[in-house]
Write a protein that binds this ligand. Structure first.
Ligand code: PLP
Ligand code: COI
Length: 356
């Protein structure tokens, strides 16, 4: 793929934040972006790295009406040796292609897009923050851009990648969050788009998140959309339970996002000789386990959320304390190792980390 390069003028240059402390997740963007277009009969074309700027979209662009889109989220890290690295980036673009299949979007060439991403990252390398726990969040997205409001599959698309220096996703950092089980709303159903990273899933979950926040909770825990018993995932992360020393996470049934952090936790757990299980697990089993003391930890896993311990689960108006409400040893071990691999402090036994 040939990438046209238009760099920003000295007057347009922005300055990265001097410190990431106090910078809200995902509101600061770097100097450049990558864009590429797709059209029926032409395929992907017009690949370009250019100054970060608003998009020109016709108000009839199909994505604005019918949400035909997919997106991804991954991070670039500054390792202890000063090198910039990516964590399992191919998995993100492979997942993007799975989302794209479901949303009738054109697929990407994973290797080509990775080359373009690295070119963009090298250009904006001064934006990778170096304070502990910070990174450069990478947001690729594909939008349906055909100018038509009849309902059909678009014949034109825009793919872009933007970059945002970030610290912790939750203001709590690596401290326990309070999660409310959603009884009223559901996120995904079999045959739906729950497994896809597409905007509508997030738009549809906003009301539940808003109501949970008003009650003092950080996010919601979704139950399955049919029986409303089986645990699925949290708003922006997959969920794990430590039950009788085993690591348990809901199995992928098509309605939850197959998280790359989730997959990495499962692989690390197996490497350490822990018992890891992907099963269907009900909210009642978890709450009973909390009462009996067999469920000792709950934590979430995601790119933005990293490993986030859960201190309180609320269900039907009742708060259930997890352990002592503090971060547990298993969540700590996964957090330390995962971030250790990402920042080059720990050995990378699987070759997950890749130089930019
Ligand atoms: N579940 C949802 C709904 C998400 O938005 C995310 C974040 O991307 C995850 C899970 C975790 O996925 P990953 O680990 O690939 O970031
Ligand atoms: C991520 O973890 O990358 C996500 O996409 C979550 C997003 C809602 C910020």
């Amino acid at each position: 793929m040939e990438v046209k390069l238009t760099t920003i003028t000295p007057e347009q240059l922005k300055t990265p934040p001097a410190t990431m402390s106090g910078v809200v997740f995902g509101v600061v963007f770097t100097d450049h972006m990558f864009c590429m277009e797709w059209e029926d009969g032409k395929g992907w074309h017009n690949a370009e790295i250019k100054p970060y700027a608003p998009l020109m979209l016709d108000p009839s662009s199909m994505v604005l009406h019918y949400a035909q889109m997919s997106f991804e989220g991954l991070k670039a890290y500054r390792s202890d040796s000063g090198e910039h690295v990516l964590f399992r980036p191919r998995e993100n673009f492979k997942r993007m292609n799975r989302t794209s299949q479901r949303m009738c979007l054109p697929e990407l060439d994973v290797e080509e897009v990775l080359v373009a991403l690295k070119q963009l990252l090298r250009l904006d390398s001064g934006w990778v923050p170096d304070e502990a726990g910070t990174s450069l969040y990478i947001r690729p997205a594909i939008l349906a851009t055909e100018e038509a409001i009849g309902l059909k599959v678009s014949s034109k698309y825009l793919f872009f990648i933007i970059l945002s220096p970030v610290g912790p996703y939750y203001p709590q950092g690596f401290n326990p969050v309070k999660i409310m089980v959603s009884e009223k709303y559901v996120r995904g159903v079999p045959g739906g788009v729950g497994f896809a990273k597409t905007g509508g899933n997030y738009a549809a979950s906003n009301l539940a998140e808003k109501e949970a926040k008003e009650l003092g909770y950080t996010q919601v825990l979704w139950l399955d959309g049919v029986e409303r018993r089986y645990i699925e995932e949290v708003g922006a992360m997959n969920i794990f339970f430590v039950i009788n020393d085993e690591i348990v996470t809901p199995q992928l049934t098509g309605s939850i996002l197959p998280g790359i952090t989730r997959m990495s936790v499962l692989e690390l757990g197996k490497l350490w000789g822990l018992e890891v299980k992907e099963i269907r697990i009900t909210i009642d089993e978890v709450l009973n386990g909390l009462k009996e003391g067999t469920v000792t930890e709950v934590f979430g896993a995601g790119t933005a959320a990293v490993i986030t311990p859960v201190g309180i689960l609320s269900y039907k108006g009742e708060d259930y304390l997890i352990g002592s409400g503090e971060t547990g040893p298993v969540a700590t071990r996964f957090y330390e190792h995962l971030t250790g691999i990402q920042y080059g402090k720990e050995k990378d036994p699987f070759g997950w980390v890749e130089a930019i």
